[in-house]
Write a protein that binds this ligand. Structure first.
Ligand code: PLP
Ligand code: CA
Length: 318
């Protein structure tokens, strides 16, 4: 397998833009780091728009709804980003319940996760329970009402939460074990950590999901990147030709695998790693030198890499 190509010349940046019609962007580490826009990204995306290119944003962060993301994009200077362009995993979880599991509107869904999941479930007509219920902030005691399973709950969605505590874990476990573990268990994503503010590496949704998977001894349905189902949904809804689509991300086991397993870019490939987030050049070198040490080997290796997506506008203007 050829090593990934480093994009560092104007000609390479031009070729990249010519080669693809559609661009799928991961958010944290590609567009922004927490509340800070990554330099040059807005200008590069405006340039792509002026060339008639199309795009969508795909984030494994389940904590914010699409409406909250729209506000963030606008706050950071993006114009005209509509709901239809944003795919956070809280939305992916709610649509999976509707489109694939055919859970009818009006059903209750138990939530361990932040507000985004509750908001997106409500948008699709579901009744979220658990989640931000203030009684879950109580100290644990075994007679607590919420430890009795509500028989009307039809599924369990688990994602990132900053309110992780024993009551939430213990109540969620009751639902995961209920009736021989028969309620569907949806996990929003598998990310272990993400690059947070002040240079901190912070726990991400995948750590919460895997905690619940371990304690319940159950597998979960992963609706985030690198799920092929999520990719198919986006390609279909956006009407993107996958052979003309590029995935841009900073995490190899989610973003790059998403693009590679999904066969984006046709025979040439369609995954671009940026080094502006959680992955550094030494991590890429380590992967290339030891592919056998990783279960998924080649599917994690990007077709190309660049120091940041915003670097493209800099290369083009030289
Ligand atoms: N923030 C939180 C709380 C997360 O759980 C994650 C991913 O798990 C992220 C941010 C990163 O999301 P992405 O890099 O896909 O935009
Ligand atoms: Ca990311």
């Amino acid at each position: 397998m050829a090593p990934p190509e480093k994009i560092e010349l104007k000609k390479q940046a031009q070729q990249l833009i010519e080669q693809y019609d559609n661009f799928l962007f991961d958010c944290d580490g590609v567009i922004w780091l927490d509340e800070k826009l990554i330099p040059g990204v807005l200008e590069t995306i405006e340039h792509l728009e002026s060339q008639g290119k199309r795009f969508a944003f795909v984030t494994n962060n389940s904590s914010k709804s699409r409406d909250t993301y729209i506000e963030k994009f606008h706050r950071l200077g993006f114009k005209g980003i509509g709901k239809h362009l944003i795919y956070p995993t809280c939305y992916a979880a709610a649509s999976y319940l509707k489109e694939h599991l055919k859970v009818p509107a009006g059903a209750k869904v138990w939530v361990l996760g932040d507000h985004g999941i509750e908001t997106e479930l409500k948008e699709l007509g579901y009744i979220p329970v658990g989640g931000s219920d203030p009684r879950l902030d109580d100290e644990f005691h075994p007679q607590h009402d919420l430890l009795k399973v509500d028989p009307d709950v039809r599924a369990v969605v688990v994602g990132s939460t900053k309110a992780f505590n024993y009551m939430r874990i213990a109540t969620t476990l009751q639902y995961l074990l209920h009736e021989n573990k028969s309620l569907p268990f949806i996990g929003t994503n598998i990310d272990r950590s993400y690059p947070g503010p002040e240079g901190l590496i912070l726990p991400a949704g995948g750590s919460v999901v895997n905690y619940m998977s371990y304690t319940s001894n159950r597998d979960f349905i992963d609706v985030g990147k690198p799920s092929k189902r999520l990719l198919e949904t986006i390609l279909e809804q956006r009407d993107f030709d996958k052979s003309k689509t590029l995935m841009i991300g900073d995490t190899m086991y989610t973003d790059i695998k998403f693009g590679n397993d999904g066969q984006l870019g046709g025979e040439s490939g369609g995954s671009l790693l940026v080094l502006s987030g959680g992955t550094k050049l030494k991590d890429l070198h380590h992967l290339i030198e030891n592919p056998a040490s990783l279960q998924d080997g080649p599917s994690l290796i990007p077709l190309k890499y660049i120091e940041s997506f915003g670097h493209i506008i800099h290369l083009l203007s030289n």
